[in-house]
Design a protein around this ligand. Structure first.
Ligand SMILES: [Mg+2]
Length: 398
């Protein structure tokens, strides 16, 4: 079978229409700020309960050729333990040590995003850590230009659609009550329901009886065994519920089995954990082209999972060019990371609602006011940089 064309290697900052900063910038200093943020709803997992999350904010001071200093701040959003993709607060700390020393080592000044990410490429993986540093770069360049980050990124939307996620509930009745409470509280573009074996078909039946027109999708976080007939039968039943997509039903690093073993489903399959870079996205498209059809593939692109905003935009372009739907998921980001995801979603390639809002705020206190959602929409911040105000002042205060 011929390769899906064009290859992801041909997608460059130029073809993406990104602003390329031509003025050489020297990295003068990197400081990593830390904040422990208390969760409004603690995260429950099979091995523990997390009451808070540490968010790390790399602040990079660049010096231009003319002597002007500019500082940018990004966000690293790890989970407390490595249960999503192997990264966690501790691994981000370690990786930032290596990455920061490579940024501050003497070398050619940085000219454009390609030369910035090239400084980080020698570290394999550690995508959460890389995303925070790349965010700081874009924030600094946006300040130099006096524009918002979405302007640098070629974002054309003034507002983006947003949906909320509802976690596993103890019974179908509890789920219906929970969703009713959500819909009474706010208008949403879509609802995403977490599912796993045993917490799926009867729950979806109850939900559809009560909310036949709700724009609904499910996320299984890799909990189905695609070689177990009972699990496959349950997934086939999902076709009865008019779902927009089934997100990551199978193993978290699989591409082939999702395409091969779920081709008989009518509902599109969305890959989240399986896509760690643009090459994975292209390989997924080849698998769907072989066993299914590209219209039944969706990709959830999270900058933190794929190693940054440039890589996320490359994946989104590849999806757009091949007719694959794509949207921006979330990782419990604080206001800065959330704003960055909203700026990213202002690009036209992202064509489905993102995870930009929670049922309640994620944290009891945040570093800034998150962009607000209203009527299922969220405004793309228009101010300079991330559009959240003076972030340096936030981190200078004790
Ligand atoms: Mg997911």
């Amino acid at each position: 079978m011929p390769l899906v064309s064009p290859s992801e290697r041909s997608i460059t900052p130029g073809t993406l229409g990104l602003y390329e900063n031509q003025e050489p910038l020297t990295v003068e200093r990197v400081v990593v700020h830390r904040r422990r943020l208390q969760l409004v709803d603690p995260v429950e997992t099979a091995f523990g309960r997390f009451e808070s999350l540490v968010r790390l904010y790399p602040e990079i001071t660049f010096r231009s050729q003319s002597g002007e200093a500019v500082r940018g701040i990004g966000e690293c959003s790890p989970l407390s333990a490595p249960w999503y993709d192997g990264e966690c607060e501790g691994t981000v700390d370690v990786a930032l040590g290596f990455l920061v020393s490579s940024l501050t080592a003497l070398g050619e000044p940085i000219t454009g995003i390609t030369s910035f990410v090239a400084r980080l490429d020698w570290i394999v993986g550690h995508n959460v850590a890389k995303t925070g540093l790349e965010g700081a770069y874009w924030d600094a360049v946006a300040q130099l230009q006096g524009v918002s980050v979405s302007r640098l990124w070629g974002g054309t939307r003034g507002r983006v659609e947003t949906g909320v996620t509802v976690g596993l509930q103890r019974s179908p009745g509890d789920l219906v009550n929970k969703v009713r409470a959500v819909l009474d509280q706010r208008q949403i573009a879509r609802l995403k329901l977490k599912v796993k074996p045993g917490y799926d078909v009867t729950y979806l039946e109850a939900l559809r009886r009560s909310f036949p027109d709700l724009r609904l999708q499910v996320d299984a976080n890799g909990s189905y065994d695609l070689f177990d007939q009972e699990h496959l039968d349950a997934l086939k039943c999902f076709d009865d519920f008019q779902l927009v997509m089934i997100e990551q039903p199978g193993q978290s690093d699989d591409l082939l089995d999702h395409a091969r073993l779920l081709a008989h489903l009518d509902t599109p399959i969305c890959l989240d954990e399986s896509i760690r870079h643009a090459t994975h996205a292209r390989q997924a498209m080849e698998c769907w082209g072989e066993f299914s059809t590209l219209s039944k593939l969706v990709i959830n692109v999270k900058p933190s999972r794929v190693g940054g905003y440039l890589e996320a935009m490359r994946i989104a372009r590849l999806c757009h060019d091949q007719g694959v739907s794509v949207w921006c998921g979330g990782m419990y980001e604080s206001a800065l990371g959330k704003a960055a995801n909203v700026h990213l979603s202002a690009r036209q390639e992202l064509n489905l609602p993102g995870d930009h809002a929670g049922l309640t705020p994620y944290f009891t206190e945040n570093i800034a006011l998150s962009p607000r959602d209203q009527g299922g929409w969220i405004e793309v911040p228009r101010g300079v940089g991330w559009g959240l105000g003076d972030m340096q002042r936030v981190f200078e205060s004790p």
